[in-house]
Design a protein around this ligand. Structure first.
Ligand code: FAD
Length: 353
């Protein structure tokens, strides 16, 4: 969204704290306009199509050894600019969801809790500047509120991770991350990792999110933070294995956003204040209180009472590891996490969610 030449600092001098970056660009930079559509195009390049074997053809899903999955509670992602513009129109204007984005953005089920622009942004089908211009138009024609601002706030995170990758280059992909943290002992236990990857950990909130990722190529931001925290904090697995699996599956895969967020989640990012532990009982209670999300992806839980779906006990597969904080056998929600927060586990997180 922000042009690198317009930053008030050289990317190698980028602030290590997101808020400092955001305040600085918001007060000192303007966002360039989108390029206008050209009124005419030049001639096609001279080339004999036969020489290059024709236009070729786009392979079908089946040709790639994959098959269609029927998912009726997700977003139907179609590629291309027209589909991207149509989603902007639907989310901002037709359904008027921009008005409430800040309240809904942490949801996990269905197409409309967040914009779902990311796959189109990642593949260059729409630009963040177009989204910016549409937000500004919406603010003028309908209303400006915390939600309209928050979409821009998130797009600034996207920019921040891009500029960070200019500053920290290859260290983003290395185990110690930008801070070169050497004190954490990471495990590469295949059994634990496979149970996470395949959604067989015994924790419905983790398993449902991992099944969604594999089936659809998408996972909510809330889900990504929770499964990342579980892999690195509760299992102690090398965060790069998780990042690689995301890279394999995500429709919106982007090296800067993916590895940037994973280094933050693993506590090796450039800003140690972002070092966070996500408690499954607490997250389940706040973001899926009736277990609707987990029961959608794990139909075997549908018959259970709502308050048992997150901690179904013996009627679900055995938990593969205990949680670092709080009891893993509780039925729902309340736990002893407050007593134990902030102590004794790899990564030494101070922030508890
Ligand atoms: P919205 O909530 O509608 O946000 C609007 C846009 O802001 C998004 O489309 C995205 O471009 C940007 N944005 C929002 N949150 C973030 C964030 N934390 N970091 C960077 N940009 C953000 N996003 C990717 O685009 N590609 C990735 O490979 C990727 N990997 C991630 C890995 C982890 C471990 C985590 C925690 C987050 C990752 N994200 C990634 C960020 C975020 O989860 C997705 O951008 C978001 O869920 C996409 O859904 P949306 O378009 O509905 O987002």
């Amino acid at each position: 969204m922000y042009h690198t030449d317009d930053l008030p600092f050289h990317p190698t001098e980028l602030p290590d704290v997101y808020t400092q970056f955001r305040k600085s660009v918001e007060s000192k930079c303007t966002i360039r306009s989108c390029f206008k559509l050209p009124t005419s195009l030049g001639p096609l390049p001279r080339c004999d199509l036969d020489e290059i074997g024709g236009w070729g053809c786009v392979p079908l899903v089946d040709d790639l050894g994959l098959h269609h999955e029927k998912v009726n509670m997700g977003m139907c992602f179609r590629g291309g600019e027209s589909a991207a513009l149509s989603r902007v129109n639907e989310y901002f204007w037709r359904k008027d969801l921009l008005r409430v984005y800040k309240e809904t953005r942490n949801g996990m089920l269905g197409p409309d809790y967040s914009t779902k622009f990311s796959p189109w942004l990642a593949s260059g089908c729409i630009s963040p500047r177009l989204v910016y211009e549409e937000v500004k138009r919406y603010e003028k024609e309908r209303q400006a509120n915390d939600s309209t601002y928050w979409v821009l706030f998130e797009l600034i995170w996207r920019d921040y991770f891009r500029f960070l990758s200019v500053k920290y280059v290859n260290s983003l992909f290395q185990i110690g991350g930008p801070r070169k943290v050497e004190s954490i002992k990471w495990s590469q236990d295949r059994v634990l990792f496979e149970s996470w990857r395949e959604g067989r950990t015994g924790y419905p909130l983790i398993d449902a999110n991992m099944k969604e990722l594999y089936t659809t190529g998408f996972m909510s931001n809330r889900g990504r933070q929770i499964v990342c925290s579980f892999l690195v904090r509760d299992m102690g697995i090398d965060w790069r294995m998780g990042a690689e699996w995301f890279e394999t599956c995500l429709l919106d895969y982007d090296p800067c956003s993916n590895y940037g967020n994973w280094t933050y989640g693993a506590g090796v990012g450039n800003d140690p204040r972002e070092d966070r532990y996500f408690s499954i009982p607490k997250q389940a209670q706040n973001y899926d209180p009736d277990g609707e999300y987990v029961a959608y992806w794990l139909p075997e839980l549908q018959a259970l009472p709502k308050d048992k779906r997150h901690f179904p006990g013996k009627s679900y597969i055995k938990q593969i590891v205990p949680l670092k904080f709080g009891s893993s056998n509780q039925r729902h929600g309340r736990s002893n996490y407050n007593r134990r927060q902030g102590k004794d586990y790899a990564g030494g997180s101070k922030n508890f969610y």
